[in-house]
Design a binder for this molecule. Structure first.
Ligand code: TRP
Length: 362
């Protein structure tokens, strides 16, 4: 049976290598990219489509774009969002035209969020949160799906070039709301090329690959009309849940740290997280930690420690038993507290700038 990745999150697959093979993805190669960021260096970004084309644009300073969409369904974001923003920021700092759209139509049709609520949430929280996580507001173009006629026209055009069977094969199911959301997303992904075809990169969690595949298929079938570049994809892993399962999820609040979150609460969760520590201190000193099983180390690696040498030092000390689990957790708690406090501060700052942002509408 074909392995299906559901972008709405029903089924998850741990075996990242298998995903790469099964979907014909490229293994991500950080050596192609100048000054790779933390996620790229540590293989949190692990797969791609057409990465060489994007790397080439960066090296030769050719025009390209990076784009993502915000689903304004809740008043919080999580570490997965932070990864998307860090990737966008990398490309923004390396010459990409940057677009962020609010998927208000998608939220309305698939989640029952009204357009007004979606707008309010995006302006009050999501957009400021993306800026707080490091995007440059002056270099970013924003729009709402419902206000971009060009995107909707592209969506209708895309609809002519996909079949129901394809939707079923790619998504596993094909109800009308999902189909509408998916063709709209194709419109989003291709919209920056309407003026001038150029390569673009969409950084996403691996569960969002189906959208990129469909878009690439549509590009192939509209060659004569548009000559679009197929979108490149850069894929990152999930942030594992503190209980040891694959993905942090709001449905398990004890094992998921959201943004924003009270640092004290976050530290409590870290203290209870699944660790690779041994049963007794003696045993731990003798055998060292099972670092591969340690969710707190994973958190430090993916999100909290920027410096590679420092991370390596912690790894060595923990692996050899010189560092105890309680000490590792203490480091994570301190780093997390600093990060969360900084996020809250930056969020407030960004909120006061929202009215000055560049929104486009047609
Ligand atoms: N479907 C995406 C989500 O669920 C949101 C989205 C809409 C998007 N258009 C996009 C993401 C274009 C990337 C690119 O979060």
């Amino acid at each position: 049976m074909a392995l299906i990745i559901d972008p709405w999150g029903a089924e998850l697959h741990t075996d990242y290598e298998k995903i790469v093979k099964q979907f014909g993805l490229e293994v991500f190669d950080s050596a192609l990219f100048p000054q790779p960021n933390r996620l790229m260096r540590r293989k949190t970004v692990f797969a791609a489509r057409d990465q060489k084309i994007i790397a080439d644009c960066i090296k030769r300073k050719k025009p390209y774009y990076a784009l993502t969409g915000i689903m304004p369904t809740a008043d919080k974001v999580h570490f997965g969002t932070r990864m998307v923003v860090e990737q966008l920021r990398y490309f923004q700092e390396h010459g990409a035209k940057t677009y962020i759209l609010v998927a208000d139509l998608e939220a309305a049709t698939t989640r029952g969020v009204s357009l007004e609520t979606a707008r309010k949430r995006a302006l009050d929280f999501h957009i400021p949160a993306y800026l707080a996580l490091g995007l440059d507001p002056k270099k970013t173009t924003f729009y709402f799906q419902s206000e971009n006629k060009n995107v909707l026209h592209l969506a209708y055009e895309a609809a002519k070039h996909v079949t129901l069977n394809e939707f079923k094969a790619v998504y596993g199911s094909a109800d009308p709301a999902r189909i509408m959301a998916a063709v709209t997303q194709v419109g989003d992904i291709l919209f920056p090329q309407l003026e001038e075809p150029m390569p673009g990169v969409i950084p996403v969690g691996i569960d969002q690959d189906p959208h990129i595949r469909i878009t690439r298929d549509v590009v192939a079938r509209t060659k004569s009309a548009h000559n679009f570049f197929p979108p490149a994809g850069i894929y990152h892993k999930f942030t594992p849940s503190l209980d040891g399962s694959l993905k942090m999820s709001k449905s398990k609040p004890g094992s998921c740290i959201e943004l924003p979150e009270d640092p004290q609460e976050a530290c409590k969760k870290i203290m209870k997280a699944v660790s690779g520590g041994r049963k007794t201190i003696d045993e731990h000193r003798k055998l060292g930690a099972e670092v591969e099983k340690d969710m707190v180390f994973e958190l430090l690696k993916m999100h909290l420690i920027e410096n590679d040498n420092k991370l390596d030092m912690i790894y060595q000390q923990y692996k050899t038993g010189a560092m105890l689990t309680s000490e590792l957790k203490q480091i994570a708690c301190e780093k997390m507290t600093a990060f969360l406090n900084d996020f809250t501060k930056e969020l407030e700052k960004a909120r006061s700038h929202v009215d000055k942002l560049k929104f486009i509408s047609f």
